[in-house]
Ligand binder design. Structure first.
Ligand code: FES
Length: 159
C-alpha cells in the first residue's frame, strides 16, 4: 500500500498551506507522489493523497487524467517522451520515437522494456519548436535538435 515518505507528507502539507484553494495543491502533490512511486500514480496513491489533502478522489483523478505529465500506469526507470506535434512531427519525431522503441524491444506506448529501464510516449508540443525534434526523459531538461544517432546514444549512456 503506497504511503508518501514523511518528507513527502510534509511537502503536501506545505502546498496546502500555500494556496488559497486547496485544489491548487493537487498538481505539485501529484508530482511528489509520482516521484516517490517509481514514476507513476497508482489508484492506492490517489486514495492516500485524497485522505492526506481531504479532497475527494474523483477531483484528484480528474487532474491526474487531464495532464499528460502524470502517468497512470507503471513506467520504465526512464520514461522517454517524444514530441510529435507540428515542427517535431515534420522533422521526424514519430520516426525517432519508433526507432528508440525498436532499439529497446518495446512494441507499444506504455509498455516497459524487459530490463525495466525504458518506456516511451508521444507528447504534444513541449514549447521548444525552434529546436525540434525534442524529447524529455522523466522531468529532466529537454533534449533538443535531435537526430536518431544522437537520441540512441543518449539512451545508451543512461545507466
Ligand atoms: S512541436 Fe515539438 S516542441 Fe513544439
Amino acid at each position: 500500500m503506497f504511503q508518501l515518505s514523511e518528507e513527502g507528507k510534509e511537502f503536501v502539507k506545505k502546498q496546502l498551506a500555500r494556496y488559497e484553494q486547496k485544489e491548487s495543491a493537487i498538481i505539485p502533490s501529484l508530482y511528489r507522489v509520482q516521484d516517490e512511486n517509481n514514476g507513476w500514480v497508482s489508484p492506492e496513491a490517489v486514495d492516500h493523497l485524497s485522505q492526506l489533502m481531504d479532497i475527494p478522489t474523483a477531483r484528484i483523478q480528474e487532474v491526474l487524467k487531464f495532464y499528460t505529465m502524470f502517468n497512470t500506469e507503471p513506467r520504465g526507470k526512464y520514461h522517454v517522451q517524444v514530441c510529435t506535434t507540428l515542427s517535431c512531427g515534420m522533422l521526424g519525431g514519430r520516426e525517432l520515437c519508433s526507432t528508440l522503441m525498436k532499439e529497446h524491444g518495446v512494441h507499444k506506448h506504455g509498455e516497459v522494456s524487459k530490463d525495466g529501464k525504458f518506456s516511451f510516449s508521444h507528447v504534444e508540443c513541449l514549447g521548444s519548436c525552434d529546436t525540434a525534434p525534442v524529447m524529455q526523459i522523466n522531468r529532466e531538461p529537454y533534449l533538443e535538435s535531435l537526430t536518431e544517432e544522437k537520441a540512441l546514444k543518449i539512451l545508451k549512456d543512461l545507466k
